[in-house]
Design a protein around this ligand. Structure first.
Ligand SMILES: Cc1cc2nc3c(=O)[nH]c(=O)nc-3n(C[C@H](O)[C@H](O)[C@H](O)COP(=O)(O)OP(=O)(O)OC[C@H]3O[C@@H](n4cnc5c(N)ncnc54)[C@H](O)[C@@H]3O)c2cc1C
Length: 462
């Protein structure tokens, strides 16, 4: 080991890479990390963090409108996009500095450079024009929005990266995609007053989530004024004489907008990094293939986070980093646990979910009980807002275990975090029933739905 410059070299300073570098350095290992863009990675610079700040920004018009029912008179509000962008920039710069400082404070070395593999122990730092060596190498280079070169006029389109920093707020936007990023941005732009259309080729937005939530969210978004066109695909994007964009759909419809945002998936960052030269195995989508311990086919090279295309979420990348440290540096082989991951969609209303959807549960269990409550949350009574909350539990009839919990409504993401604990612990519906309600809350429905709304036995609803 002494023959190498470092015990560990990490490529990519995002959620996973920074955590691994920091923890390894704190263990006394000689660690370096290279980041080609900005420390903090996707989550901090152009993902979770700025996204959530923009979600907050976009919720104010509804808060202002809801206030009237509670006796408030709110003067006509105005919004300044440039202020939001500048304040967001300040916050992410603060976080970026913390990420970098955390590595350096633990004794790690940071490089602002693209890193490319030369051989299984050597890394070329482009900005420094030099090669360093390491005993172990961790690739945590994340992913980026999938391009759409087949779309005529794709060069006029933006991705989530650019959406955060537009010079001005568009009057109208078309967002192509039906995943959580497309849905969240549709709500953000609509909330900020932009005429918003979501174009999705599938039957219903947010595939893989519980169908009840998908349909209810779709309905609510449309009620707010977001146009959602399912079974639709953009065929071309053309610049008009007025400098706007005409989007021609396969349905024959033409939409006119100022921005077209593509959110059709994300692809791993594995190109031009010397991976093929070193012989690292890549999967069909270009993701790095790893074993259960995040080790590649080259035994001193590891990969974690989005670049492995397992579960593309920040806490998962961080968890994989911690497991990697246990395995590689603490002689404690630890495989990341990807089972029962709670997650949220910061749509408006929010989705919070953990465990199996109803459809997935009935494929795996012969007897499934569904507990379902749909109601107007208390805060929408005086506000008069016509929006329902949906709470649903999916229970295995044989073991009584709660195997899925799905919420659509205010603070659903916060609830999903708490529900992650009993579901991970394998608690039963009886445990939920024995738990005292907190009143008056919306979440109390989780422990007061005593009778199943319906059962599904061998695929038949009874
Ligand atoms: C719009 C958006 C919203 C999201 N919202 C959420 C959310 O609400 N909750 C959630 O859990 N997840 C969310 N995610 C996903 C989350 O951001 C990712 O899962 C997470 O950032 C993955 O971490 P990572 O360490 O694998 O990669 P990243 O955070 O992407 O970091 C990889 C880093 O590697 C750098 N890099 C790449 N190649 C090289 C190279 N050759 N040399 C040096 N550096 C390199 C990149 O510049 C990047 O900084 C969101 C993502 C997006 C795009």
């Amino acid at each position: 080991m002494a023959g190498y410059d470092y015990d560990l070299f990490v490529i990519g300073g995002g959620s996973g890479g920074v955590r691994a570098a920091r923890v390894a350095a704190a263990l006394g290992k000689r660690v370096a990390i290279a980041e080609e863009y900005r420390f903090g990675g996707t989550c901090v610079i152009r993902g979770c963090v700025p996204k959530k700040l923009y979600v907050y920004a976009s919720q104010f018009p509804e808060h202002f409108a809801d206030a009237a029912g509670y006796g408030w008179t709110v003067p006509e509000a105005s919004f300044d996009w440039q202020t939001l962008v500048a304040n967001k920039d300040k916050e992410i710069a603060r976080l970026e500095a913390i990420y970098k400082r955390n590595v350096e404070g633990s004794g790690g070395e940071t490089f602002h450079s693209r890193a490319v593999l030369v051989d299984r122990h050597s890394i070329y730092l482009v900005a420094e024009d030099r090669t360093v060596s390491a005993d172990q190498i961790l690739i945590a280079t994340g992913g980026r929005p999938a391009p759409h070169p087949a779309l005529s006029g794709h060069e006029y389109c933006i991705f989530s990266n650019e959406a955060f920093d537009l010079k001005e707020l568009p009057k109208a936007i078309v967002i192509e995609g039906g995943g959580y990023i497309a849905v969240e941005f549709a709500n953000i732009f609509h909330g900020l007053g932009v005429d918003t259309t979501l174009v999705y080729r599938g039957q219903e937005i947010l595939s893989r989530f519980d169908i009840d939530l998908r349909r209810s969210l779709h309905e609510t978004m449309e009620k707010k004024g977001i146009r959602i066109l399912c079974h639709a695909v953009s065929e071309s994007v053309r610049k008009t004489a007025e400098g706007r964009l005409d989007v021609q759909l396969n349905t024959g419809q033409t939409l006119t907008a100022d921005q077209v945002m593509l959110a059709i998936g994300r692809i791993p960052n594995t190109e031009n990094m010397g991976l093929e030269g070193v012989g690292i195995e890549l999967g069909k989508t270009g993701a790095i293939v790893v074993d259960q311990y995040s080790r590649t086919n080259i035994d001193n090279i590891w990969a974690i986070g989005d670049v492995t295309h397992r579960v593309q979420l920040t806490p998962v990348a961080i968890h994989e980093a911690i497991c990697f440290i246990e395995t590689a540096f603490k002689d404690n082989p630890t495989a990341p646990d990807h089972d029962t991951i709670p997650t949220a969609v910061f749509s408006q209303p929010e989705i919070g979910t953990v465990g199996l959807s109803e459809d997935d549960a009935i494929k795996r269990y012969p007897d499934v009980e569904i507990y379902r409550a749909s109601f107007r949350p208390m805060r929408h009574t005086l506000s008069g807002r016509d929006e329902k909350m949906l709470i649903k539990l999916v229970v295995d009839g044989a073991s009584r275990k709660v195997i899925g919990a799905h919420i659509l409504g205010p603070d659903a993401g916060e609830m999903a975090q708490l529900l992650g604990i009993p579901l991970k612990a394998g608690l039963t519906k009886d445990d939920f029933d024995r738990t005292m309600a907190v009143h008056p809350t919306a979440a109390e429905e989780l422990v007061t739905m005593y009778k199943p709304t319906y059962r599904v036995k061998n695929g038949e609803r009874v």
